[in-house]
Unconditional design. Structure first.
Length: 201
């Protein structure tokens, strides 16, 4: 992700949905979700100090607002983890057992996602490594959002194991990223179709 803007960027993101079978946004909202058993969205943010600052706080605010204003607002729980290190990822997925994983941060021209190392420096993770991780932890996760530049290849690798994955094929600016996140979760929160696929059978 960077600060570049493109009038076609938002539409390009919406075209980057990779499904193992046709899926509408409504179909992701579970009919079995209740206040006692909400859908967990795990927001993973990484913006190392040496990289371009991103408006990740505004993005998660937009997600939270979209869900709070939705009909099914009580059926979702938003968890946030910041300055995520590569070594944190597996333990966070095991700890929160999310149905939706949302990564927001930088992606590289080499199709890597940029997390932090133990010293807070940028640490890229390759598509093959990230894909293998989701191949192991498939019990709960039904949807993965990669709101980062050049993340389409990562999305394709993850889609080998996860029902629905969203990635970005090009550069994406802050405003377009925030608009997409808000629109996606607003649609999810107002969905009227069955979304039982977000819960493990």
């Amino acid at each position: 992700m960077n600060h570049a803007h493109n009038s076609d960027t938002r539409n390009s993101i919406l075209d980057r949905i990779v499904d193992n079978e046709p899926t509408s946004v409504d179909a992701l909202l579970p009919a079995t979700a209740t206040k006692a058993r909400p859908i967990t969205i795990l927001f993973l943010a990484a913006n190392p100090a040496s990289t371009t600052p991103l408006k990740l706080d505004e993005e998660v605010r937009a997600i939270d607002l979209a869900l709070r204003q939705a009909d099914f607002r009580d059926h979702f729980r938003l968890e946030q983890q910041w300055a995520v290190r590569v070594t944190d990822i597996q333990s966070l997925l095991l700890r929160f057992q999310p149905e939706i994983v949302h990564f927001s941060g930088h992606g590289s021209i080499d199709n890597e996602l940029i997390f932090l190392d133990d010293d807070g420096n940028p640490q890229p993770i390759a598509p093959t490594a990230f894909g293998r991780l989701f191949g192991i932890l498939t019990d709960n996760i039904r949807c993965v959002i990669l709101n980062a530049c050049h993340s389409a290849i990562q999305a394709e690798a993850i889609a080998q194991h996860i029902d629905a994955v969203v990635g970005v094929s090009q550069l994406i600016g802050d405003e377009a990223s925030i608009q997409f996140a808000s629109a996606f979760y607003q649609a999810l929160g107002f969905g009227e179709g069955t979304i039982s696929r977000l819960h493990a059978c």
